[in-house]
Design a protein around this ligand. Sequence first.
Ligand code: NAP
Length: 456
Amino acid sequence: MGIATINPATGETLKTFEPLTADEIEAALRSAHQAFEQYCHTSMAQRSQWLQATAKILEQRKEDFGKLITLEMGKTLKSAIAEVEKCAAVCRYYAEYGADFLADVPAKTDGSQSFVRYQPLGVILAVMPWNFPFWQVFRFAAPALMAGNVGLLKHASNVPQGALAIAEIIQQAGFPTGVFQTLLVGSEQVAALIADERVMAATLTGSEPAGVSLAVAAGKQLKKTVLELGGSDPFIVLKSADLEAAITTAATARMICNGQSCIAAKRFIVVEAIAQEFEKRLVEKFEALVVGNPMLPDTDLGPLATPGILKTLEQQVEECIRCGARVLTGGQRLSDRERGNFYPPTIVTDLPPSSPISQEEFFGPVALLFQVADLDAAIKLANATPFGLGASAWTNDNRERDRLIEEIAAGSVFINGMVKSDPRLPFGGIKRSGYGRELGVQGIHEFVNVKTVWVR
Ligand code: NAP
C-alpha cells in the first residue's frame, strides 16, 4: 500500500503522495538536528505559549480537522471533532503543568547541594497509527516539545493529509522551523531513521509486530523506546454491579473508533447469575446502533479504516465459529455496502477460552462474551491474555473492587467506568501491550535525561 487518502466509506482513492526521497529525508534530519541546538535553550514559558497557541488553532479549526480525520480513517465526525478537542486539552495540560513536572528535584545527600535536573534528549522519532490520527500524535508531541525535544513524525500511510496538517498546525502556532516535521515515508524507512546518529530515541503506537521491529532496530543502536501496542481489554461485570450502566457502557466501550481502539473493551466477562440478562440487553444495544456514513450526525458506527482490517476481522469471526462459538448478532460483512469497509456490530459467545483465537486482538466492532462462575474465575480469565493494556470492572462490593485493583494484570484498571486516556493520568501497558508511559507526569519524563547533580 502506498501513501494515500482512500475514503473507507466508499473505497475511493482521493489523493496519493510520493514518499520522500533520500535527499529530502536527509534535509529533514539536518533541519531537526539544527533546530534542537537552539530550541533546547528556549524557556519553559515560551514553549508553554506555543503550546497554548497550538491548542487555540486546534479549537478554532476542529470542524475542518474533524472532517479530515473522518475522510481518511472513517470514524464518526462527532468523535473526530471530540478527538481534536482532546488534542487541545493535552496541549493546554502540558503548557500549564510542564514546567512544574520538569523543575529541579532537590535531594538530601552528603554533598552541599544535590538535585535531579530533567533535560531534553534531542530528536525523537514518533511512529504513529491511524486510529486516533491526531490524538496519538499530540499526546506524544505536547510533552516532548514542552521538555525541549524536537519531533519527527512517521505517520500511518493511510492518513497523510492529517499528518501534514499536524506539522502545519505546530508551525503556525509559532514553534521554530524544524521543531516538528512530518516525514511521508513507508515503514521500511523506520530502521534507517533510528540508526541515524541525530535521532536519539523513538516511540511507536501500533501493532505488536511493528513494535517488535522498532524495538529491534532501536536495540541495535541502544536507543530508548516507548511502545504503546495492542490490547484485548477485559470488561468484567459482577453480580453487585449497576447492570444498566454496565451494559450501556459496554456498548460504547466496544464501539469507540468503530471498534478500532487499543483500549476498546474486547472481552466481556460476566458472572453466571446475570449473564443471560446481560447478553439479551447487549444484543439489543448492538442491534440499535446505526451503521453508515460517518459524516452524518446520527451514525454510530462508520466503516473500518482499510479493506485489510475488514478481512482480518471477518476471518477472526469465522475462526471463532470453527472453534465452536455462536454468533448472537452480526457476524457477516454488510453486503449492501460493498464499496465501503463496513462490518456490523457483532457478538460472539461460547468461544472456548483455550482456543488460540481467543488470545488475539479483535480490531473492529466484535464483542467476545464469556460466562464465569465467580470473581476468581473472572480475574483468571481477564489475565489469560498476552496483552495487558487496560481493564474495566463493574461491582458495588468494596472487597471485590480491592481484589480487582490488586490482581488485574494491566496498565490501568477502571472500576465502574470505561477505560479512557486522560492527560492527567499515565497511559500505557504491560506484557505484549508495550512499555513506557504517555501522559501525566510520567509521560513527560520518558524522553529526558534524568541528570544527577552533586556539588560539594
Ligand atoms: P501498525 O500496522 O503497526 O501501524 C502503526 C504504525 O507503525 C504506522 O505508522 C505504520 O506505518 C508503522 N509500521 C508498521 N509496520 C512497521 C514496521 N515493521 N516497522 C516500523 N514501523 C511500522 O498498526 P495498525 O494495525 O495500523 O494499528 C492498530 C494497532 O495499534 C492495534 O494493535 C492497536 O491496538 C494498536 N494501538 C495501540 C495504542 C496504544 O496506545 N497502546 C493506540 C492505538 C493503537 P505504515 O502505515 O506505513 O505501515
